[in-house]
Write a protein that binds this ligand. Structure first.
Ligand code: UPG
Ligand code: MN
Length: 658
């Protein structure tokens, strides 16, 4: 992936000059799944940020897919549609950035001073809306005066018996951009806003986010039918009001635009701390590796912050011969709102997909926890190219990064599992991509798909090396032997390369060091589970696991520790027992090894590499020891984890001795 770096700088002013009249309709899909882990205020901030794009509003439609089917989320969206009448003109008049109200009012420069009455007024309206949403969340019922403002609330009426897992299709147009009264306080037209909760029934598998996206693709095709689709997770707001125009530069490029299926932005986060304790923002991946994949025309689709050509996402193959291919012009729709809602409801019902190619050849691929990567690859194998675009100016999208170790490890378990599953499936890039993807791209995909497979080599280094050190079994050549050189070279060169590249990408030394630790923790815990689970599933020993939605809110205490970059444990999960045991084994190895070999002539030289390895691991694990023995806050490792870890590590040492 490092052989083919490609970076882009679009020229949006040329786009306006040449194509302003024929700009395509753009549909924005926002997905949410649970009103508790993904609070509605967060969701509507994302929605408001995309509603206020600098783009002709009659060509902009925003769809919210709610897999939680929550009246609260609908209420929040309805509130947001009212607030948008003030927010959008405010943003456009003053050209403010970012356009997520929370993020904007949080900026120190945005805090309105005394004279800024308008800013004060909008801020007040925003706070009022937020508190209404929070009140409704506490009370659990919609105020009667609001209930009568939109027929959509009837969907949650008593006779419908709506639960998260069992309910009818709901498609409610909250703002129909074509209506005369759909205007903001300045009299300008508002973008279309639609709420969709696809039908759920216990006997039908809903296929998580992939299912939600496919439902949206179909529902939107009945309404705005935008030729370009922007996919966002509910926790990722748009940070650049001109992002659509930048992306269109790729699709409308006269030379190669017709072949572009999607334009992917990196996943960047607004809550990453200075030294990125949990390695959430891997700068080398963002700035180098993904750009390298883009160089092969095979940028990965990573689920959010991605602009798609509808046609390619729907499963059509690229062909230079088909007429009209590449044209993504705007078309209008003459149906009434009611007709559109009714037609879409059928398309998002459970049984609609039965016997169709949806989830296989059409739309997002089902059955894989990383539906995004496999779908992206399938699109590329259909002959399309994809672009990876990381704007130099500022991030176009900003999301919420996991802020505890556990959340981050759970997320990685899902990813590594899904990725490995792709490797073992018929979608393996070396097979499926053979002759359809450049070799570099096939191998590039494998560097991700094989994350889980790194678990066992890593565990060997982490467990066998220190135990053998204790027992006096040398595993590597001794320091004075010429065979020492290749080992030292590989390790040294790899480390220096990674450090230098990391620093060039903008890491602090501490940030780079933190990343090494996190990678170690992932490989020795999350990826072990991913590997075992995937293999068990392949052998038919267990059923497909679900999609553990990443938690987006934590308590105040936990957030404070995150901001201070103190590692958060705070539970006795199996993951942490493994983490603590590995740390203890290495501590025993190092201390015991020194005690044993220091006095023996040539002992330190004989065991040199093992000592080195053990010291690095102990160094990386310092926060684990601190959490085990020195910390007393709620985020430390509980006493029972300490006993278990010490017990298991001693047991392992004893077994080795026998
Ligand atoms: O049944 C579900 C489960 C999830 N989601 C949505 O999917 C998105 C991603 O879920 P999240 O728990 O935040 O997962 P992350 O690990 O943060 O997501 C990354 O990884 C996923 C694949 O594992 C991709 O789908 C995401 O786009 C990508 O950001 C969120 O908006 C959810 O609301 C649904 O709509 N329905
Ligand atoms: Mn997420």
């Amino acid at each position: 992936v490092r052989w083919n770096l490609t970076r882009y700088s679009p020229l949006p002013h040329l786009l306006s000059q040449r194509h302003e009249e024929e700009l395509p309709a753009v549909d924005v899909f926002v997905c949410t799944a649970d009103p508790v882990i993904e609070p509605p205020t967060l969701v509507v901030n994302t929605v408001l940020s995309v509603m206020s794009y600098n783009y002709p509003t009659r060509k902009l439609a925003v769809y919210l897919s709610d897999d939680g089917c929550s009246e609260l989320t609908f209420y929040a969206l309805h509130q947001a549609s009212q607030f948008a009448k003030h927010w959008i003109p405010f943003c456009k008049r003053r050209n403010i950035e970012p356009r997520s109200p929370d993020a904007y009012f949080d900026k120190p420069t945005a805090r309105p001073s005394g004279q800024e009455w308008e800013s004060m007024k909008v801020k007040k309206l925003y706070e009022e809306m937020k508190s209404r949403i929070e009140t409704m969340a506490e009370k659990g019922s919609v105020p009667p005066e609001t209930r009568s403002q939109h027929k959509g609330f009837l969907q949650w009426g008593r006779h419908n018996n709506v639960t998260k897992r069992n309910h009818q299709s709901i498609v409610e147009i909250v703002i129909d951009g074509r209506e005369e009264d759909a205007v903001d306080e300045d009299g300008d037209r508002l973008p279309t806003l639609v709420y969709v909760a696809r039908e759920k029934r216990p006997q039908f598998h809903h296929n998580f986010k992939a299912g939600a996206m496919n439902a949206l693709i179909r529902a939107s095709s009945e309404m705005s039918n935008g030729a370009v689709i922007l996919n966002l997770d509910c926790d990722m707001f748009s940070n650049d009001p001109d992002a659509i125009r930048d992306a269109l530069c790729f699709f409308l490029d006269e030379q190669s635009g017709h072949r572009i299926a999607f334009v992917q932005h990196p996943q960047q986060y607004f809550n990453v701390t200075k030294n990125d304790l949990y390695g959430n923002s891997p700068l080398q991946t963002d700035k180098v590796e993904l750009a390298g994949m883009g160089g092969y025309g095979a940028a990965l689709y990573i689920g959010t912050g991605c602009f798609h050509r509808r046609e390619a996402l729907c499963g059509n193959k690229y062909s230079s011969k088909v007429d009209g291919q590449g044209s993504i012009n705007w078309k209008s729709n003459d149906k009434t709102a009611k007709e559109m809602e009714e037609a879409s409801k059928v398309l998002v019902s459970c049984s609609y997909e039965e016997g169709t190619r949806w989830g296989k050849e059409m739309g997002l691929v089902y059955g894989c926890p990383v539906e995004d990567v496999v779908t992206g690859m399938k699109i590329q194998c259909n002959g399309w190219k994809s672009i990876y675009y990381r704007p130099q100016k500022e991030a176009a999208f900003l999301g919420v990064a996991p802020n505890t170790l556990e959340i981050s490890l759970i997320q990685h378990k899902r990813w590594a599992e899904g990725l490995f599953q792709i490797f073992l499936s018929s979608y393996c890039p070396l097979v499926y991509g053979h002759k359809r993807l450049p070799l570099g791209a096939q191998l590039g995909y494998c560097t991700y798909l094989l994350w889980a497979a790194t678990a066992f080599p890593t565990l060997c280094y982490l467990v066998l090396a220190p135990l053998c050190l204790l027992q006096g079994i040398p595993l590597f050549p001794q320091v004075s032997s010429p065979w020492f050189i290749p080992f030292a070279y590989v390790y040294g060169a790899r480390t220096i390369y990674s450090l230098v590249e990391g620093l060039m990408c903008g890491y602090t030394v501490k940030g780079w060091w933190n990343l090494q630790r996190v990678v170690l923790l992932r490989r020795s815990s999350s990826y072990v589970f991913s590997f075992v689970d995937t293999v068990a599933k392949q052998l038919g020993l267990s059923k497909a696991s679900g999609f553990a939605v990443t938690a987006k809110v934590v308590t105040e205490d936990v957030r404070r520790r995150y901001e201070e970059e103190v590692m958060e444990f705070g539970s006795s999960s199996t993951t942490f027992i493994i983490v603590a045991t590995v740390a203890m084994v290495n501590l025993f190895g190092l201390v015991g090894g020194i005690g044993k070999w220091w006095w023996v002539d040539g002992g330190m030289s004989l065991m040199g590499l093992q000592f080195g390895l053990c010291s690095v691991v102990v160094g990386l694990n310092l926060p684990v020891y601190v959490a085990l023995f020195f910390r007393r806050d709620d985020g430390c490792l509980p006493v029972d984890v300490m006993f278990k870890a010490v017990g298991l590590a001693s047991l392992a040492a004893c077994l080795m001795a026998i």
